[in-house]
Design a binder for this molecule. Structure first.
Ligand code: FES
Length: 121
């Protein structure tokens, strides 16, 4: 594992996700309360980027099919709820899920040294 700088504390604005990268992998960083948190910018449903998703109360919503993830844990809290923001009925959710079971997104422990933020990759 290698420690990689992903941002400075000044880069991370309250209630927003910052898209950054580490070793070629796209990463989302946010500050939730006093804690900096990071997840992979890759939805485990179809591997699409989530950076443009709604971010609220520490949870990011994938802009494609509405799956929701806690940015501090990577935990999946809703799975395939919508299609480009339009809520889906149950049968359509199953079709768009395409048999994929709810899955957490990769998350990273963020460490801070001075004003610099790091993850291990
Ligand atoms: S790609 Fe994210 S919910 Fe489908």
């Amino acid at each position: 594992m290698a420690k990689v700088k992903i941002a400075t504390t000044a880069d991370v604005i309250a209630n927003k996700v910052l898209k950054t990268s580490a070793n070629g992998q796209s990463i989302l960083v946010a500050k939730v309360g006093d804690k900096h948190c990071a997840i992979a910018n890759k939805c485990p449903h179809f591997g699409l980027p989530m950076a443009k998703g709604k971010f609220e109360n520490g949870v990011i919503t994938c802009p494609f099919h509405g799956s929701k993830f806690e940015i501090c844990t990577g935990k999946n809290v809703e799975w395939v709820e919508s299609f480009v923001g339009i809520p889906l009925p149950g049968i359509a959710k199953k079709m768009i899920a395409m048999g994929k079971a709810p899955t957490d997104v990769a998350n990273f422990v963020v460490t801070q040294e001075g004003n610099d933020l790091f993850i291990d990759t």
